[in-house]
Design a protein around this ligand. Sequence first.
Ligand SMILES: Nc1ncnc2c1ncn2[C@@H]1O[C@H](COP(=O)(O)OP(=O)(O)O)[C@@H](O)[C@H]1O
Ligand SMILES: O=P(O)(O)OC[C@H](O)CO
Length: 658
Amino acid sequence: MVQRYVMSIDQGTTSTRCILFDAQGRLVSVVQREHQQHFPRPGWVEHDASEIWRNLGRIVPQALAQAGASAQQVVGLGIANQRETTVLWDRHTGAPVSRAVVWQDTRTDALTEQLARTPGAERVRHLSGLPLATYFSAPKIRWLLDRTPGLRERAERGDVLFGTMESWLIWNLTGGPDGGVHVTDVTNASRTMLMNLRTLSWDDELLAFFDVPRRMLPEIRSSTEVYGTTTTVVPGIRIAAALGDQQAALFGQTCFAPGEAKCTYGTGSFLLLNTGGTPAHSTHGLLTTVGFKIGGEPAVYALEGSIAVTGSLVQWFRDGLELIGSAPEIETLARTVEDNGGCYIVPAFSGLFAPHWHSEARGVIAGLTSYITKGHLARAVLEATGWQTREVVDAMNADSGLRLSTLKVDGGMTADNLLMQFVADVLDVPVVRPMVAETVSLGAAYAAGLSVGYWPDLEGLRRNWHRAAQWLPSMDPARRESEYAHWQHAVELTFGWTRPLGKPSGPGTDIVEMILDDHRRIEQLFRDLRNAESERGEARAELSALLIAHETATERVVRPSVADGRDEGTGFAGALLSLLETESTGGAEFDKALEQLETVVATHIRAEERLLLNGLRRTLSTSDRASLGRAFAAQRQRQLEFDCGSVSHVRGLAAPHG
Ligand SMILES: Nc1ncnc2c1ncn2[C@@H]1O[C@H](COP(=O)(O)OP(=O)(O)O)[C@@H](O)[C@H]1O
Ligand SMILES: O=P(O)(O)OC[C@H](O)CO
């Protein structure tokens, strides 16, 4: 009988892989090719989409040759790809209009800040599931349209197309300018910031907000369906699935049921939790994204903790600092010392992603003394991956109300035993790795195989999962918590780095001034609300968000730093909730709720200015006041970004007080 295979292509950040799998999910052949990383300016990262396309043209025939197989033996092709990376190309010539802007690229930092201040910004997360950050495609498209003369007009005429890597490759594989199919799948579309998470189609409000012409966008399709048949490279292969690479890894790890999670450790690291058929809203800095959509079945959603820099920090240690010759040497070097010697590296090279979402942050090495050797630095490099995982797991636990019990891992970094042990230690849960480490490719293959009936169902795929390695936690809890506190302190040092120094009322200004500014604004909002002529709906929304963001940031960041900063407890959440709930009734009930809230808040403001602010003036140096100001601004901004003033959030805060 003729052997049949599924082909998968993993178009990743650093390389493109083509793998053939057999019916048992075993690897039959693997061919891989790296492409060049272009760093034309600090913070910019680009790929040449034509180079990636040429690489594909080489590796596909090689993978077939290695297996001794023909195109007829391939039942289908599944594509997994680096997500968000933005390619714009000319529909008529097939030539990219510029280099692709990679997901790690931070050139849209100022643009996203500007967009965040534009009306409608508060709707972006609700519609797309994503925070406004440089990471996603929409700001990248907008940047290219704004900066390339004539491009917007060409895009509006339909002469220029947009796609993430799977769209670009499928279009080329199916004929390019000669009838190429312009499609994307829901998982990739969910990373553009232009798709409505609930309707799974391009959203008019988001398109208008980012000013992106609809005509340039691909058609959104399921993750598993036949999009077309290859007409070039190796003609005659059905393209039967496409998934973002992290969603493909979720699929390859067989996390098919709600509650199942995996973390893939590659260039960056991405923890995804299957949350089932409805999108789960995160209040702790995670993304809501589509996990997969099988044919005509409803979509399955996921919560994601995306970490921008993990394996790429090891690469930087190797190529930028030249302290090691190959990635695995980091473990050998780290083992030359007992611990990190007090040193922490926070690799905010692309800002910080989950759960912080600080595009303006930049990396720090903290705790340097003359005791530190390159061995300690190597430890700090590996530990950075562990702590970043801990941060997203904490967020995941807080969002889901559950505690992760085991972490399934995969990706290149899982070859590092010291690192995997550290991850188990800081999470305090077992970490397990499956037999097939190429989970991204396997997931794309599974999806394609399901699509063409090579595999009958998900249960059959589940049986292919076998554990290859396990790491059990063994760290002393007190040490874990004290190390985590140091890490968190180091993280705060990265915030606000690229913002202009001394910018008034921006991060980096004096904490006392910032608190006073908030108080004066709160008082003004109360005046606006008492004035029946004013726009009360807007004032009420701003007041609610400001009160919660201000109070949470004060509680978490400022009070712990001053001895006599205690407060009797403000307890205004109940009064605020009453005000929010009088939205429709208005009239006397509204006036009463307003008066009650104003009384509680005014007392609180007086107490804070007397006790807390005097304490800060007395005990902190100017630079301490500035750094506390930065941390306060960061926490306050984080609260505002997740819509902390919404009725549902305030209700949650009010609940414990009855
Ligand atoms: N033994 C190791 N210890 C730590 N990091 C490693 C090790 N081996 C590989 N890496 C890192 O893993 C990454 C490669 O993993 P891979 O899954 O191939 O990434 P991607 O799919 O993102 O290209 C590189 O960034 C490399 O620095
Ligand atoms: O190509 P990877 O494995 O680095 O993954 C990149 C992610 O998809 C970015 O969101």
